[in-house]
Design a protein around this ligand. Structure first.
Ligand SMILES: Cc1ncc(COP(=O)(O)O)c(C=O)c1O
Length: 372
């Protein structure tokens, strides 16, 4: 089986991540922050250590502002809903995922919030395009760092600096970039960073991150936190303000191992992905059967179509040859409109640390064997 669907979820997980998942469920099955017994305290301390390592990984500098969620979707929901201003205005990019767009649609109906979608001229958003979209009631800019459709990357450093000067909150959807490119929340002036642990961070499914830097996110979920139990209000301080219910200790402690792995192997992992991506890019770019939409090959995300074949037909052919890719619309409708692949979508092959040169060669061979 050749797995080229790493943008959906990464195939490779470090050995210690898997071991921690097993060890935690067998040896540390306890509820953190809910008891004063030794096991509960041990789990709480490990969770704190994980927050510290994540805070350091993204240079947040505030371990308690690392909020664990169920995935990037929940992080984005919590960040957008928790900072929502009635009658306000938000700026987003055309690459946004439905986990942003559907929340905005909901806010448009419930809180009279409007939004402007920037369609950059050449994939990369120009600061003047943000500047030209600002209204008197604009309070937030949301940017998809690396597109899950095309792999286009936005310059979050420039956009962050612009937002800071213009007193706009800056939110980054790092679902596809976390673990692949360095993100420095202080340097990039990011207020809200949303990520999934199961993609580039090489962790398990079911855990997401919301990192908060100098801004107030109101709770949108309510429940037990293990502290201030006498009050009917959620606690005022992070992380308890936004985390309620039992934390998934297994997922958090195994992610801790993934972060340790990435701290040691960041360049090794990403240089391998870039090297393999260059091979595939050079082939797809020069194959006259192919319409290639990806220009930023370094992301490892390849969006393309065959000139005369709908994506689902080619996906079935690949499936028969034991090749896993994704076809159709990839939950980002405006990104497809931007590259003219709406409504049928496109093929997306996404390279990860699991892949080898042989995988890429086999993929190319199977692609070339397809008769349109
Ligand atoms: C750009 C982007 N944002 C958000 C998400 C949602 O992430 P999750 O499914 O882990 O909640 C995805 C998932 O593929 C994504 O690609």
């Amino acid at each position: 089986m050749i797995y080229l669907d790493n943008s959906a979820t990464s195939k490779y997980k470090p050995k210690k991540t898997i071991k921690a998942l097993k060890n935690t469920i067998t040896k540390l099955s306890t509820n953190p922050g809910r008891g004063s017994h030794k096991l509960s305290i041990k789990a709480s301390l490990k969770i704190l250590e994980t927050r510290e390592s994540i805070s350091e990984f993204f240079n947040l500098g505030k371990p308690n502002n690392v909020i664990f969620t169920s995935g990037c979707t929940e992080s984005l929901n919590m960040a957008i809903l928790g900072t929502a201003k009635s009658n306000g205005h938000i700026i987003v990019s055309t690459f946004e995922h439905n986990s942003v767009l559907r929340v905005l649609n909901h806010l448009k109906q419930r809180k009279n919030i409007t939004y402007t979608i920037i369609k950059p001229k050449n994939e990369k958003i120009n600061i003047s395009e943000i500047q030209g979209s600002i209204k008197t009631n604009t309070y937030l800019v949301i940017i998809n760092h690396i597109s899950n459709v095309t792999g286009s990357e936005q310059d979050i450093n420039k956009i962050g600096a612009f937002c800071k000067v213009n007193k706009l909150l800056f939110m980054v959807d790092a679902a596809q970039s976390a673990g692949h490119v360095k993100i420095d929340m202080q340097k990039n002036k990011i207020n809200l960073l949303c990520a999934a642990c199961h993609k580039g961070l090489l962790g398990p499914q079911g855990l997401g991150l919301l990192l908060i830097n100098d801004c107030d996110v109101k709770p949108t979920k309510f429940g037990g936190t293990g502290i201030n139990s006498e009050s009917l209000e959620m606690p005022n301080e992070y992380p308890e303000k936004l985390e309620c219910g039992t934390l998934p200790v297994e997922l958090i402690l195994s992610t801790f191992e993934s972060i340790k792995f990435l701290n040691k192997n960041f360049d090794k992992v990403n240089n391998k992905i870039k090297k393999l991506s260059l091979i595939l890019y050079n082939h797809l770019k020069n194959n006259n059967k192919v319409i290639l939409y990806t220009t930023n090959f370094e992301s490892g995300v390849f969006a393309f179509n065959l000139k005369h074949t709908p994506p689902n037909i080619f996906a079935n052919y690949l499936n028969k040859h034991d090749i896993c890719i994704r076809a159709g619309l990839h939950c980002a409708p405006y990104a497809h409109k931007y590259i003219n692949t709406f409504p049928d979508g496109c093929i997306r092959a996404s390279i990860g640390y699991n892949n080898s040169k042989r995988d890429i060669k086999k993929f190319i061979k199977v692609l070339n064997s397809f008769n349109e």
